[in-house]
Design a protein around this ligand. Structure first.
Ligand SMILES: [Zn+2]
Length: 230
């Protein structure tokens, strides 16, 4: 479902190819992908990623301060978030965080909740019975990934944000990017929050101070990964 949806997004958007920025997004994505694969290998769960078909694209939308990763490893960055990322390490902060949401299945959890709320059926039961029942709408799939800009996007829960922050920090560090840049990225995002950032990137969710102190609490382990990567 998310592969089809990703193709739709690409068709309807201006995907940028061959610029320094678009190459940077692909390069960071590939490095984080390898880190994620290594992470699961070390846990003896390499088959966890068997269904992943990774792809990393930059979309021309200067007003959109957003990035997301669908289940299956389909990533989109919008040009509007690039000035806040500032450099390659900033891109790695966002890439690690968004991929962590997908890896931890936060989108599927949200989609199941939305689906149950709108139909009274569980998404899993519909999929298991071969789709007898209304299929989830494309909007639902996009919203689950944190995609879309004009449709009221749900914020991830506080718990999901903490998980994505922690795992994202480890992934970027394993990929050889300095995790100490992560709190600095979120400071920049908070300074920009008067703009049009969707809930995923609003400083109020989770509270900015909590996010920074959580990141710092996970920093020693992240730095151990970072030093090992060099
Ligand atoms: Zn998030």
């Amino acid at each position: 479902m998310s592969y089809d949806q990703y193709e739709e997004v690409k068709k309807e958007s201006q995907v940028i190819e061959g610029t320094d920025q678009s190459r940077m997004v692909k390069r960071v994505g590939t490095r984080i992908q390898r880190a994620v694969e290594q992470y699961f290998q070390e846990q003896g769960q390499s088959d966890y990623l068997a269904d992943y078909r990774w792809e990393f694209n930059l979309i021309k939308e200067d007003e959109t301060v957003n990035a997301w990763c669908m289940p299956g490893g389909k990533v989109a960055f919008y040009t509007g978030i690039m000035p806040i990322c500032k450099d390659e390490t900033g891109v790695a902060v966002v890439m690690g965080h968004e991929i962590a949401h997908a890896i931890a299945n936060h989108g599927s959890e949200r989609m199941s909740q939305q689906y149950a709320a709108s139909t009274g059926l569980s998404l899993a039961s519909v999929l298991l019975t071969g789709g007898s029942g209304p299929t989830p709408s494309s909007e639902m799939i996009l919203r689950a990934a944190g995609a879309g800009t004009s449709m009221g996007i749900l914020a991830f829960s506080r718990k999901h944000e903490s998980e994505a922050d922690k795992l994202g920090l480890y992934f970027m560090a394993m990929a050889g990017y300095d995790p100490q840049e992560a709190p600095k990225f979120w400071e920049r995002m908070a300074a920009n929050s008067s703009g049009k950032a969707p809930p995923e990137f609003m400083s109020t969710h989770p509270s900015h101070d909590t996010r920074i102190s959580d990141l710092n609490a996970n920093m020693p382990k992240a730095l151990a990964y970072y030093n090992k990567s060099k």
